[in-house]
Design a protein around this ligand. Structure first.
Ligand code: NAD
Length: 309
């Protein structure tokens, strides 16, 4: 299994580390428009690889070097500075995706390649990449709200004093400020959230839910304020997505792919079955009327942003 990573900044390097540590790939090639940065990352990661799985890691200085890649991960482009939203990156990163996708597609097997998008604003970049690549939507996958869902799961689990492994909870819609916490579909040990709280005598008040939502929505801003950027969480999310694809696991992940027809087609995160063929089945989650309205609003925001590029 050969993987290419385009863009080897904070996120691309963290993705390479996490992917290397899965032991599922035999070769990782790195491309960055800053060739020296890609070479340095390959060198450093190559040294790290001697302590773990035997993965060949190299930098390539043109797109011919990605030939033979089964999966291409796009992590190139500007990141948010403190206070900036993901949407602030729209025009700059649309140019980055327009630059990258045709070059990638000229060097991969369009019949089987899977593209994983990480660049923000994520959902609009998925739409742009899919239209440029002309691949089936199931094989142009954005990490979407995988990270947001993981944040929700962790915060909720800590609050309720159970392991995150026992919590199923989704953040849906835009990977951005309009994302929606789907409280209606939360289950813990097979129980609804209300049943769990009743049985454990651990009430989750409306105020507590609002605080959790606030923390989920603001997690990236907090991390960027303290650390300059986010990389570990997304690195792990991409490696998890990759594992799900390579092992054909058919796990349900909140990834972003284009769905709908013609003018109504757009990308956002919904629970999707993911395996070797990509994100093949989309599920309609259980939602309250207010949550459905918020999801529709989130979709409109993504469509509006796409119309601006
Ligand atoms: P960074 O500035 O550290 O690295 C970006 C890299 O992209 C740089 O090395 C740059 O040279 C390279 N690059 C830019 N344009 C290029 C092009 N046309 N071709 C090849 N390489 C190019 O930024 P980062 O912190 O690594 O973030 C990368 C992207 O990931 C940002 O858009 C950020 O917002 C996004 N991100 C997404 C998530 C998510 O959950 N989807 C999480 C964190 C970050």
């Amino acid at each position: 299994m050969k993987i290419a990573i385009i863009g080897v900044g904070s996120v691309g390097s963290a993705v390479a580390t996490a992917v290397k540590n899965t032991g599922l790939v035999h070769e990782i090639v790195l491309f960055d428009r800053d060739a020296m940065r890609a070479r340095a990352a390959a060198e450093d990661l190559g040294h790290a690889a001697t302590f773990g799985f035997d993965v060949k890691i190299s930098a390539v200085n043109n797109y011919r070097g990605i030939r033979g890649s089964d999966i291409v991960i796009i992590a190139a482009g500007a990141n948010q500075r403190p206070g900036e939203t993901r949407t602030d990156l729209l025009q700059n990163n649309a140019e980055v995706i327009r630059d990258i996708i045709p070059r990638v597609m000229a060097n991969v097997d369009a019949k089987k390649v899977i593209l994983i998008l990480v660049t923000n604003p994520l959902d609009v970049m998925v739409m742009l990449a899919q239209s440029l690549a002309k691949l089936p939507p199931s094989r142009v996958i954005g990490t979407g709200t995988m990270l947001d869902s993981a944040r929700l799961r962790t915060i909720l689990a800590r609050q309720l004093d159970v392991s995150p492994q026992s919590v199923h909870s989704y953040v849906l819609g835009e990977h951005g400020d309009s994302s929606v916490v789907d409280w209606s579909s939360v289950t813990i040990g097979g129980l609804t959230l209300d049943d769990f709280c009743r049985q454990t005598k651990n009430p989750l008040t409306a105020a507590a839910r609002n605080t959790i939502e606030y923390r989920v929505h603001n997690a990236a801003y907090e991390i960027i304020r303290g650390r300059g950027a986010t990389w570990d969480g997304i690195g792990a999310a991409v490696a998890d997505l990759l594992r799900c694809i390579i092992n054909d696991e058919h796990r349900i992940l909140t990834v972003s792919t284009v769905s709908g027809t013609n003018a109504h087609a757009f990308a956002m995160s919904l629970p999707r079955v993911v395996g070797m063929g990509g994100a093949t089945v989309t599920l309609n989650p259980k939602m309250s009327a207010a949550e459905s309205n918020a999801l529709r609003r989130s979709g409109r925001i993504i469509q509006k942003n796409f119309s601006r590029i």
